[in-house]
Design a protein around this ligand. Structure first.
Ligand SMILES: C[S@@+](CC[C@H](N)C(=O)[O-])C[C@H]1O[C@@H](n2cnc3c(N)ncnc32)[C@H](O)[C@@H]1O
Length: 270
């Protein structure tokens, strides 16, 4: 609660630096443009945030007897026991090259001011724009859509497609696959897995993330229950090429009873 209040306070204070793109914050061009504030305003802003949060919690009467446990961990390696969960709901990065460490810098700056820590975190993110150090091997388990799309990126004639972009995309799909595998490990037989996804384009190449995630999951031993298409509130459809960006696909899968495929792959990886 204190952390959330501090995060909201810092966002309020830096609101003059917000842009129309929620993932991007302006930076002060010089020291004179930096925000300076008195202790009184800081305390006042924090107090208002805490009061608003308290009101919010009071209005949200949660009639549940269960105390939630909240953990923070890397989705590639979750510190939990195998076959111990009934369901997983997730929304991973969408292969759109958003650098979540940069977009979360206001919050992260409250947790640490070490640039080393921030760089380490950046390198560990799914969808990082940093090229992975090690040579990652593609796997057929990623599915035919993923493998053929990666081939198209590698052969694209534009600058850095065969080097930087190809390597960062392979790094992205390796981590997405390992994360789905980790979810398979944690789910009980018959456990539900719901994942929110969205497609995108690299140049003229479609990255059909919903289809890729579906293929990866089926290869690991999930069965598909249903896919739900949601239209986002961006209504400017300029061409058919942009339609894919408007659509969010929620995939609902189930860990097949008796399937041990994903769990075995996980063991091999470690
Ligand atoms: C599409 S966003 C989902 C946002 C979330 N649904 C929400 O409403 O805040 C993807 C999230 O995945 C997180 N992420 C990236 N790499 C991760 C990793 N290795 N382990 C866990 N989370 C990761 C990012 O920080 C980002 O918050």
């Amino acid at each position: 609660m204190v952390c959330i209040a501090l995060f909201r306070t810092v966002r309020k204070i830096i609101s003059p630096f917000a842009t129309s793109n929620p993932t991007w914050i302006k930076r002060a061009k010089n020291n004179n443009l930096k925000i300076s504030l008195t202790k009184k305003i800081l305390v006042q802003t924090f107090t208002n945030v805490v009061n608003n949060l308290c009101r919010l919690i009071q209005n949200e009467v949660l009639n549940v007897d269960v105390e939630p446990d909240i953990f923070v961990a890397d989705s590639l390696s979750l510190p939990m026991e195998s076959s111990s969960f009934d369901a997983c709901l997730t929304s991973p990065p969408y292969c759109t090259r958003i650098d979540y460490v940069i977009t979360s810098l206001p919050e992260l700056s409250l947790l640490s001011n070490s640039s080393k820590y921030l760089e380490l975190l950046r390198s560990q993110m799914i969808g990082t724009t940093i090229v992975p150090d090690n040579n990652i091997m593609q796997s057929e388990m990623w599915g035919k859509t993923c493998v053929s799309m990666l081939e198209k990126v590698k052969n694209h004639q534009s600058k850095a497609s065969s080097t930087y972009y190809s390597k960062t995309f392979i790094g992205y799909f390796d981590r997405i696959f390992c994360s789905i595998n980790e979810i398979a490990r944690l789910l009980r037989k018959g456990g539900n897995f719901v994942i929110v996804t969205q497609g995108s384009y690299y140049k003229n190449i479609l990255i059909d993330l919903p289809l890729i995630i579906r293929e990866m999951s089926l290869n690991l031993g999930f069965e598909e229950i249903e896919s739900i298409i949601l239209l986002t509130n961006k209504v400017l459809v300029k061409s058919t090429l942009t339609v894919i960006h408007m659509v969010i696909i929620i995939i609902w899968l189930r860990w097949q009873v008796g399937s041990e495929k994903g769990k075995e792959t996980f063991k091999n990886k470690n």
